[in-house]
Design a binder for this molecule. Sequence first.
Ligand SMILES: Nc1ncnc2c1ncn2[C@@H]1O[C@H](COP(=O)(O)OP(=O)(O)O)[C@@H](O)[C@H]1O
Ligand SMILES: Nc1ccn([C@H]2C[C@H](O)[C@@H](COP(=O)(O)OP(=O)(O)O)O2)c(=O)n1
Length: 422
Amino acid sequence: MLVTGEFLKKYPEVARMAQSKGVHPRRVAAGEISKIWGHSGMAHQGIALRVGRLSGHDGSKLRVEDIVSAHLSNTSTVVLLDRVTDINNVGAIVRSAACFDVDAVILPEHHSPSESCVITKASSGAADIVPVVQVGNLVKTMEYLKQHGYWCYGMDAGGDKALHEISFCERRAIILGSEGKGIRRLTREHCDHLVKIPMSARIDSLNRSKRLVIAIDGPSSSGKGTLAKELANVLRMQHLDTGKLYRVFAVKFPHKYSQARSHEEIRLNTEEEEEMLAALNNDDPGYYSEHVGRMASILARNSQVRSALLPIQRQFVLNAPQGAVVDGRDIASVVCPDADVKIFVSAYASVRARRRFRQLCGSNRKAMYKTVLFHLLHRDIRDTCRSSAPLVRTEDAIYLNNSHMQKAAALRELVEKIKTFL
Ligand SMILES: Nc1ncnc2c1ncn2[C@@H]1O[C@H](COP(=O)(O)OP(=O)(O)O)[C@@H](O)[C@H]1O
Ligand SMILES: Nc1ccn([C@H]2C[C@H](O)[C@@H](COP(=O)(O)OP(=O)(O)O)O2)c(=O)n1
């Protein structure tokens, strides 16, 4: 044991305890400990103790099998780190794991801080409470855990469920990804669930004081609705899904369209407008069917319909005290031409069709990829080639093609760009 004079003055009892165990502290200068320690990014507090390797019950290196067999018949939580490279983060996770009664923290041998002494130090000793196990292959470890009754939950900003919506199984493996990049693709594919933590923490970092209007346009299934919703969430703004407004119109007031003579104004009275606005908060899956989407796209070609819906959209934006994120087809060009930020979101048609196909399968609706692609291409043509307020990319719009981006990455990129407008 090496200790500095300062440490001894502050904690004389530590030296007494060590001596009672047969360990004799040697007094050294702080620099000597720094030299032995060798990790310039991490300070020491004036004491160093050389110990044997962190080990399992039989003195060998601890393995995942040991953890599993020690918790065969009961509830168990293990945490897996997928390339978390920052030692301070590893330390903080091990400390949290000790607080939450986690049975082990598992990390890959490569691409993780490997020296047990560093992990012990960074975790402020919590690594003595929670076993830290290093494995050769994280995915194989997940498979092994699954065979032994564990469910794998990947923490991913693009996850489908929020943390508070998940009821965890009794035996669970929580997978945390690396700083910035998150969980790797293969690891993610082996997760049973992807869970996100609602992102309110980012709001402060954006430090927003200005009222903003953000216009987002893009073709069907480009992800504009998902991005608009998340942005509104992050920026604490109202979200207006104008496509939904057209869908609601197609469901509730198709007769207004069919009965209107050409060039006759379509009128919606106050109650009808309120009914439409109320329906925006109605999550009835009927509104999202392919049939209603097609109807909406057909009605949306008509300039009388567009004129009837325009004041509702503009009023919504005017009434939003913190501003609004509005998504649709003609937002930057017609609804909010003075928007502070304009964004055009796109993705290749095949990618969009796959997303829509998955969405339909996920909501238990019958779908064939080819049919979905066919309808989507038709919708693209209708929405971009119509004479009244077609889908266009305005010159001043930020362009985002998210074909090869996860939802979280696309959101991150937009947040970074929007920061420059704050
Ligand atoms: N970057 C992305 N990667 C994978 N799937 C995505 C991405 N963005 C959106 N999705 C999914 O694609 C589907 C359509 O997205 P949505 O936001 O509704 O598109 P839009 O509003 O442009 O029609 C949804 O199921 C959504 O979860
Ligand atoms: N601002 C808008 C929003 C939607 N529309 C039309 C065109 C779209 O095909 C339909 C349905 O829009 P919606 O955004 O719900 O469709 P997708 O979710 O992108 O498939 O409404 C429009 O013309 N102008």
